[in-house]
Design a binder for this molecule. Sequence first.
Ligand SMILES: [Zn+2]
Ligand SMILES: [Zn+2]
Length: 257
Amino acid sequence: MSIINRLAVILCGYEFIPHSVSYDGGGDRFWHAVPVCAYLMDTDEGYIIVEGGLDERKLRDPSLRQRYFPQRTGYPTPLVAPQHEIIPQLAAMGITPADVAHVIQTHLHADHTGHTMSFPNATVYIQRADYDYARQQSPAKGYIPEEFNVPADRLQLLDGDTTLFPGLELMFTPGHSPGHQSPLLTLKNGRRFLLVGDVVDDRRNMAQNILPGGMTDREQARASMERIRTIMEEGAMGIFLHDAAQVTEIPLAPEWL
Ligand SMILES: [Zn+2]
Ligand SMILES: [Zn+2]
């Protein structure tokens, strides 16, 4: 039995990055624009959001951008065009921020936490290992701690694999970050989806067995990559958060998968 009726993929911006960020050993000669995605589930427990995307306000105001996205000289900042903003996309589906009951974070990099605090009634689920690590980090390291400074009464810290609800499992997949997790969904109609998060950026990593570019632990990253490969071989469709091609191939919000 599952509580999940439907899943939607929300495209919420782009980052322009060297291959070294996506592919271990990828170098900085070749660059690509990768999407940033978040996810929406319609469930018997209310709406569940996975990831907070990017905060467009911090990207558009020059002083905020300088403070929160201090890129290396010559590196572009991420792009959130109006059609990528999360809150208006939810509104177009008839959903207000107050309607969101739960928020799940795969991890806490700044391209995943922009709107984590935008849902005033939501319980937020984070792996403890990631929370403890990321709170000590800064924008220069790709983290914005105030974006996940969730009030204690709405914060749920998790320790490893967790079945959150029937049909919604959080698989512990560390390596890209110390406490990364990947939601594994079974819809009521039986379809299964694995929200990969940043275990790897895209399908090229999987096809060519290339580790992600950013890792806190290489052995964990390799094990997590093999774990998601097994889950996909068992029939779950892998949805890649930074896969530039896949995002053009699948239905996006306001459509449901
Ligand atoms: Zn990341
Ligand atoms: Zn990311």
